[in-house]
Design a protein around this ligand. Structure first.
Ligand code: FEO
Length: 405
């Protein structure tokens, strides 16, 4: 059954949501599902902006057919060639043999890499700033390389002032009928997943995102239509501000995140004491995660949110507890910068974990280390409480807590 929504004078949302997929990109859990947005312009020419993932192909094809209402599809604009948006291109071509495909030079190369049908004879190559008339609408193309792949681009409708922003401004989460940001409580119900989406998918590409934001800043935008999650049609400054913060790696909150690995609970016990001492020093909104049972995508998102990160881990095979090492290597790969770290290490006979953790975070740009590393020898002792209090106090001062000693 078709399921579409008219989103403006001439545009329709023809996407679909998937609540079955467990892991996005076969990596990130998506307990709230995900939407694959696609938009159809019904002008003198009919134009589809991106397709969808093959998992929702039936729904998507029904939606397109319903809105076309017997008309042929004239053009497909490919803003992004990742398969979650392009895997249905060939099905669309089979249904609309005269279809022309619009994209840039890199798009063409990627379509030919992914598919075997004749692309070249139907391809319309565009470049930065080119415009394309569909009748009463003029579309302009804005290159957005590395947001999130090299061929990524935005399409801007000059008449309706709509920016089709590819992966930018997307979030995890299936849509629930309410497809506009003003129909939902974004901050309460969507922000965490938007942050997890951004940081894990695009987080590494802060500079390209800033370049794209700079270009977008020169355009009068009334509506942002991303490829995942809700459409923005008011309060655009809210999500733009988030993107500025995330892409410049500025902490979103002045807050502390405690992340621990603990084999038998002894390292965890020290972290719990630190959390209490922090609270007594007036630090609010402390978050604590076990690195062993929290998916790394959540840890990365929280690390982008928080200004201060305490890492606690045992020594393992003369190195670092593997789940902590995996997390930190992933965090480094996502380009996190500008964070302050503190450390708790454990080692029954030769503790080296703090040194290993410092070495990894030391490679993150503008990272800073608080010089209060606590070394546990198997378990925390009464005599070490004072050292944890000192660490808690240092953190409290930096976080402007209400009650540092
Ligand atoms: Fe939603 Fe980079 O694909």
């Amino acid at each position: 059954m078709h399921n579409t929504r008219k989103i403006s004078r001439d545009y329709y949302w023809v996407g679909a949501s998937d609540r079955r997929l467990e892991l996005f990109e076969n990596v990130m859990p998506i307990t709230k599902g995900v939407s694959y947005n696609s938009y159809l312009l019904m002008d003198e020419k009919t134009v589809l902006l991106d397709t969808a993932d093959s998992s929702v192909s039936r729904q998507f094809l029904e939606n397109v057919q319903y809105v076309l209402n017997g008309r042929a599809l004239d053009y497909l604009i490919v803003n992004h060639m990742e398969p979650d948006h392009c895997s249905i291109i060939e099905d669309i071509v089979l249904r609309h043999p005269n279809l022309k495909i619009i994209g840039n030079a890199k798009t063409l190369q990627m379509i030919n890499q992914f598919f075997d049908f004749d692309v070249d004879s139907r391809f319309v190559a565009i470049k930065e700033g080119d415009t394309f008339s569909t009748g009463t609408h003029t579309l302009q193309f804005v290159m957005a390389p590395m947001v999130h792949w090299p061929e990524a681009m935005f399409t801007y409708d000059i008449e309706e002032k709509i920016l089709f922003s590819a992966d930018a401004f997307g979030t995890f989460g299936a849509l629930n009928g309410n497809i506009f940001n003003d129909e939902i409580n974004f901050e309460k119900d969507w922000l965490d997943e938007a942050r997890r989406y951004y940081t894990n998918i695009v987080g590494k590409y802060g500079n390209p995102v800033q370049a794209a934001l700079k270009k977008a800043g020169t355009i009068d935008i009334q509506m942002i239509c991303p490829l995942h999650g809700p459409i923005w049609r008011n309060n655009l400054g809210y999500i733009l501000d988030k993107y500025v913060k995330w892409s410049t790696y500025e902490p979103e909150d002045k807050a502390v995140m405690l992340v621990y690995g603990s084999m038998y609970g002894n390292t965890e016990a020290a972290v719990n004491v630190l959390a209490t001492k922090l609270a007594e020093a007036g630090v609010k909104n402390i978050v604590t995660y076990s690195v062993s049972n929290t998916h790394v995508s959540h840890l990365i998102a929280e690390a982008f949110r928080c200004s201060h990160i305490v890492l606690a881990a045992p020594t393992y095979n003369s190195g670092l507890f593997t789940p902590m090492e995996n997390f930190l290597m992933d965090l480094k790969a996502h380009g996190l910068q500008k964070r302050t770290f503190a450390f708790i290490e454990n080692g029954t006979w030769a503790p080296t974990a703090a040194c290993q953790m410092m070495s990894i975070v030391g490679e993150m740009k503008d990272s800073r280390i608080i010089d209060e590393t606590l070394t546990l020898r198997s378990s925390m002792k009464e005599s070490q409480i004072e050292q944890l209090e000192l660490l808690a106090n240092d953190l409290a001062v930096e976080l402007n807590a209400s009650n540092p000693r």
